[in-house]
Design a protein around this ligand. Structure first.
Ligand code: FE2
Ligand code: FE2
Length: 204
């Protein structure tokens, strides 16, 4: 866990965050790696958008632990190549409820909220509550964009990684359809994706 920014985790939470992440690593190495990647992307986005202080610290912990509810889903099912629709639903709703259950007794409400909202979408098409834009603040939006980007750019047991150009295309579509935040997507493309793609960086 050498990539973890200790100074951004409130001392009272540190040990528990480590414990949860090591349990996740044991249960699903790819979920663990995804979580660290999402946290790194959330952090970079937050810096770019001028977020600091408690907001930054809460976003960081929520990003590290957003998928920790996968501990409640059997590892075989989590890594299954051809999961049925029913199984997929179980993973979708099960992991989000699991995350809430694990976090709510220990962490402050704002951390629980950000983590719980990571599959919500600005147009109301997300889950579990179908919240719309006005209920999703900038911290929620950052985690949503970091999560989608990480899921697309990394390979998983059930899917290959996509090239940066393809990820940019998909993210742009998700902005157009009203699902993801435009500013967050523009920043994540600028920081992580354009440098990996054949596209030229705009000269600022
Ligand atoms: Fe998730
Ligand atoms: Fe995730």
């Amino acid at each position: 866990m050498e990539n973890i920014k200790l100074e951004l985790i409130d001392e009272k939470y540190r040990q528990y965050v480590f414990e949860l992440l090591s349990r996740l690593e044991e249960h699903s190495k790819e979920s663990y790696e995804h979580s660290l990647d999402v946290a790194e992307k959330s952090l970079a986005l937050a810096f770019a958008l001028g977020i600091d202080g408690d907001d930054l610290r809460r976003l960081y912990v929520a990003s590290l632990l957003h998928d920790v509810g996968k501990l409640f889903i059997e590892s075989d099912l989590l890594h299954k190549q051809n999961a049925t629709d029913e199984e997929r639903e179980m993973i979708r709703f099960g992991h989000i409820q699991g995350t809430k259950q694990i976090l709510e007794d220990v962490f402050d409400d704002e951390i629980v909220k950000i983590a719980f909202n990571h599959h919500e979408r600005l147009d109301g098409s997300g889950y579990p509550d179908h919240f719309r834009a006005r209920k999703l603040d900038v911290l929620d939006r950052i985690l949503q964009v970091a999560d989608v980007t990480s899921a697309l750019i990394m390979s998983r047991s059930y899917k290959d990684a996509l090239a940066a150009e393809q990820v940019i295309e998909i993210l742009d579509k998700l902005v157009k359809s009203g699902e993801l935040d435009k500013k967050c997507v523009a920043e994540i493309e600028r920081i992580f994706l354009i440098p990996l793609s054949g596209k030229k960086q705009p000269i600022l």
